[in-house]
Design a protein around this ligand. Structure first.
Ligand code: FE2
Ligand code: FE2
Length: 141
């Protein structure tokens, strides 16, 4: 999603929350199936998780970088430049972790503990990222 909704705190936060909720639920399900050693089911959930991260959070990040960040930067006469550079770096880290998880999954053809750690790390990073984005780019202050 792009356009004016990214400018509004409530609408933007709803995008963050929906994506986070879906990824968290799938990660918890993956952990449960992994503990139960259900390999085939694990693989399906891990693939769905990769898709969820790509289609929701990474696509959202892409649309922010297309115009929203520049717009914010202009509105604030470049005062937010450092924060925006940090937020872009977060996006880069998220993309890298998703990419690495995908490669590990392709290589092993099954879910491993390391792959689960990648999915858990994504949840932590995106939570910090969304909090900062909402605080610095979407609140009047
Ligand atoms: Fe973002
Ligand atoms: Fe966002």
């Amino acid at each position: 999603m792009s356009g004016p909704s990214l400018q509004k705190l409530d609408a933007h936060r709803a995008i963050h929350e929906a994506a986070f909720h879906e990824a968290k639920e799938l990660t918890e399900l993956l952990q449960k199936l992994f503990d139960e050693r259900k390999e085939t089911l694990c693989l399906g959930v891990a693939e769905a998780l990769i898709e969820s991260w790509e289609q929701r959070t990474l696509a959202h990040a892409e649309s922010e970088e297309e115009s929203f960040y520049d717009q914010k930067s202009r509105e604030n006469n470049g005062e937010l430049a450092e924060m925006i550079a940090m937020l872009k770096r977060d996006h880069h880290i998220l993309r890298t972790i998703v990419h690495d998880a995908k490669k590990l999954l392709e290589r092993h053809k099954k879910v491993t503990g390391t792959i689960i750690h990648h999915f858990q790390a994504l949840l932590v990073v995106v939570q910090i990222h969304s909090r900062d984005e909402e605080k610095y780019l979407l609140h009047d202050h």
